[in-house]
Design a protein around this ligand. Structure first.
Ligand code: SF4
Length: 237
């Protein structure tokens, strides 16, 4: 059923071109098919940290500020004072904590990989994941976003939208790893497919399967238990 849900979302919404990154000479990240060089990969890592507990709109503003200050740069993030960095990324919320998290991540890269993201990304998925979650401030969702969207390796990202949708559809899985397993066992093991599928679920969660869902507009309502419960007329007795 997961494959059918993916097919229906894709035919309704089309390709999503994730993760948004900033082109050379620009300030604003755009949906253009993900990172094409190491700087853009680093921007994705920063975005994955900044998007914790906030919307992408707020992250976008913080990335623009980082771009204006030429701070998509490991050495410069390590060097800048915490308070100054926190001010620059203020729009992303929890900015003091997030400034520390960005610094922790850059220190980790500098101390263990000579500041080379691509050396870290040479690791296999399991090693890469356990190294990333060992960094203070990087949890499973952030680590998986970095692996899928920056390192471009096949792992499925589970976020609050995905969890809400899957539970409304009627799946009983509730823990992060359980939901991740459900997707990874139901879909072919493909980075491009996991990228697109997660992006489509976010699109659905943001605009249709919201806190108060707009089920009449939903392209996957035929698969949804919540929809059937709400919209099946009760039989009179
Ligand atoms: S039918 Fe409604 S509850 Fe079910 S996935 Fe669609 S929007 Fe969400």
């Amino acid at each position: 059923m997961i494959q059918e849900i993916y097919n229906e979302l894709y035919s309704s919404f089309g390709p999503q071109h994730w993760w948004p990154v900033t082109a050379e000479g620009k300030l604003h990240p755009e949906y253009s098919g993900g990172p094409k060089n190491e700087k853009q990969q680093l921007e994705v890592c920063f975005g994955a940290i900044l998007t914790q507990n906030t919307s992408w709109k707020n992250v976008e503003k913080a990335i623009i500020e980082l771009n204006k200050n030429n701070l998509i740069d490991i050495k410069k993030i390590i060097k800048i004072k915490n308070e100054k960095l926190a001010k620059i990324i203020k729009s992303s919320g929890y900015h003091n904590q997030k400034a520390k998290k960005l610094k922790n991540f850059c220190m980790f890269l500098s101390e263990n990989y000579g500041g080379k993201l691509n050396s870290l990304f040479k690791k296999d998925i399991n090693e890469l994941r356990s190294e990333l979650v060992s960094v203070n401030g990087i949890g499973p969702e952030t680590a998986d976003s970095i692996i899928l969207y920056a390192a471009k390796k096949p792992i499925f990202v589970i976020d609050a939208y995905t969890k809400r949708i899957i539970n409304r559809i009627g799946y009983k899985e509730s823990k992060y790893e359980e939901i991740q397993k459900l997707f990874m066992q139901s879909l072919p093991n493909s980075e491009k497919l996991f990228n697109e599928c997660h992006a489509l679920l976010v699109e659905l969660g943001k605009n249709i399967c919201k806190k108060s869902p707009l089920c009449s507009k939903c392209p996957i309502s035929a698969h949804c238990s919540y929809y059937k419960t709400i919209y099946t007329p009760k039989r009179e007795v």
